[in-house]
Design a protein around this ligand. Structure first.
Ligand code: NAP
Length: 403
């Protein structure tokens, strides 16, 4: 028999991918309607399950025994079928958040932490923090501590987002102005898609320690896998899986001067990594038709507006290789759209090698002048910079090396 994830509606889940890495067992998604839950729990063909929305509390009633953690939290995210057919319930989210907290410096007794939200995940976070002796303030829209008086807690050193605000597909939302919390050292967001929510982008810009919720997801799965297989899995294995998953989820975005090879290198890179390739300029053409004609009729500002809309859509995706237009760096607002979920790679090519045909900006502005304007912008956007002055294959190799 195998294992799996139980929920009512399971759209995209990373759990099968993570469990494939954790052990040699089958792991399926079980979408079960509330009316069929009892029969599934009693007679379902499984040896163990992870449990998600909306059943984390409902399954309590079907457990013959609970771990101390599940008992104290009043909810279960892992079930184990025992030899006599009865169910044992545990909560491995507790372990998941503990791991996320510890890899970000933990918290000292007496220090203040703000936890946004009052749902199930916020409860887990609160219990872990309280077990460390922290002073926990739960921020809730209708609570005594809310988003108006939150800034009275100027001594908070840690802030944890346990709400869905900022999560895909509603990227870009944030509940807090971090600059008004002067003692903040670290910001953790339980959301992992995008990998940098607006809250985390703000934390990064302020130079704070930050991390998304992917380590929590991987660590709770690891603890569940240990229960499923009655064996121990090292934290270093957890770290390897996390690293692999992060790489797979990130987009790879190519930026650079017009004609620097973003489309051809992007296509070859996507083929090499077996990923989908998207050319932002081709997406713009689908929207507005021929780019030089659109430029001539509507001007650069209108073109850039369309480009930003396209980058907004592409930047939210995961696992793509994206070639951008040479001028996307001229709008600062495009940076968070790309940075939130991507590694940005700049392609450099000597100016005499850059073609100008069919490129309205390159034709109207001397290339040296364009380069002088854009070079600092490319530098500011790029995570890595590589030369594309020989073959496409060589450029792909260089990119794979820096990644
Ligand atoms: P939940 O039970 O639905 O609770 C979410 C809480 O967020 C609500 O209680 C609500 O608190 C607040 N909230 C909801 N919508 C809001 C809005 N528009 N504005 C402000 N606050 C809002 O969800 P959950 O299961 O606790 O999960 C919360 C988040 O954590 C989700 O994004 C989930 O994906 C993530 N999560 C991640 C992991 C992981 O392993 N990384 C594990 C579990 C959960 P108030 O009504 O009190 O304001």
């Amino acid at each position: 028999m195998g294992f799996g994830l139980l929920g009512e509606h399971l759209s995209h889940s990373y759990s099968p991918q993570i469990h494939r890495e954790l052990g040699d067992y089958s792991y399926e998604l079980f979408e079960v309607a509330p009316s069929e839950l009892e029969s599934f729990l009693k007679n379902g063909a499984f040896s163990g399950l992870n449990v998600t929305i909306p059943y984390k509390k409902t399954v309590l009633a079907y457990c013959a025994e609970l771990s101390d953690t599940a008992k104290s939290m009043g909810c279960v995210n892992t079930l184990l079928r025992r030899g006599d057919g009865s169910l044992y319930g545990d909560n491995t989210d507790y372990h998941g958040f503990s791991w996320l907290l510890d890899r970000n410096g933990g918290i000292a007794p007496g220090q203040k932490a703000l936890v946004l939200g009052s749902g199930g995940a916020a409860g887990t976070v609160r219990r872990v923090l309280e077990s460390r002796g922290a002073q926990v303030i739960e921020i809730s829209r209708k609570g005594e501590n809310n988003y108006v008086n939150l800034y009275d807690h100027r001594d908070a050193v840690l802030l944890v987002n346990a709400t869905p605000v900022g999560m895909y597909p509603n990227n870009g939302g944030s509940l807090v102005d971090l600059s008004r919390l002067p003692k903040l050292r670290c910001v953790l967001d339980l959301i992992y898609n995008p990998c940098r929510t607006k809250l985390l982008l703000d934390a990064e810009a302020l130079g704070l320690q930050w991390e998304d919720g992917l380590p929590m997801l991987v660590a709770q799965a690891k603890r569940a896998a240990e229960l499923f297989t009655a064996s121990s899995i090292s934290d270093s294995r957890c770290e390897q899986i996390l690293c692999k998953l992060k790489k797979e989820m990130r987009n790879l975005v190519l930026i650079g001067m017009p004609g620097s090879g973003k489309s051809s290198v992007g296509q070859a890179l996507a083929a090499r990594l077996n990923r989908p390739f998207v050319d932002a300029d081709a997406e713009i053409v689908k929207e507005v038709g021929d780019i030089p004609t659109y430029f001539a009729q509507h001007g650069e500002e209108a073109f850039r507006q369309v480009e930003t809309q396209i980058l907004d859509r592409l930047g939210k995706a995961s696992g793509l290789v994206i070639a951008t237009g040479g001028g996307c760096v001229t709008r600062q607002e495009n940076y968070p759209l790309l940075h939130q979920n991507s590694t940005i790679i700049r392609l450099n090519r000597e100016l005499p090698l850059l073609p100008v045909e069919g490129r309205p900006i390159s034709q109207s502005t001397p290339l040296e002048e364009l380069f002088a304007k854009r070079d600092p912008l490319y530098r500011a956007f790029a995570d890595h910079s590589i030369n594309n002055d020989s073959t496409v294959e060589a450029a792909v190799e260089r990119i794979l090396e820096v990644l």
